[in-house]
Design a protein. Structure first.
Length: 120
């Protein structure tokens, strides 16, 4: 069972992703509301994949991806962005994100992106 860390400053967004993933046999090993918490949790839990929001307080998703990739160059991160954040998504991919999903989430797209980065 793949372990997932969910990062989003909105609790309801984390809940939506968690719901989609748990119904499809993923184990949620942590939830973070900003990049600083995400980096700490990543180091502790060593998840198989991270879903990462871009716009968050304290440390945004792009900085968090950079920090996680520094710690673990093989980290698998899927960015989550609202419509119209294409330039940020490109920054995230340059920082090391493997894929991105657009809010509002479509369950099949979330699963497709996560399975893709896991190489399933």
């Amino acid at each position: 069972m793949a372990k997932v860390l969910i990062v989003d400053d909105a609790a309801f967004m984390r809940m939506m992703i968690k719901d989609i993933l748990e119904k499809n046999n993923f184990e949620i090993v942590g939830e973070a509301s900003n990049g600083l918490i995400a980096v700490d949790l990543y180091k502790k839990e060593k998840p198989d994949v991270v879903t990462m929001d871009i716009t968050m307080p304290d440390m945004d998703g792009i900085e968090a991806v950079k920090a996680i990739k520094e710690f673990d160059p093989s980290a698998k991160v899927v960015m989550c962005s609202a419509m119209g954040q294409q330039s940020m998504v490109m920054d995230a991919i340059k920082a090391g994100a493997k894929d991105f999903i657009v809010k509002p989430f479509q369950a099949d797209r979330v699963l497709e992106a996560i399975n893709k980065v896991l190489g399933a």
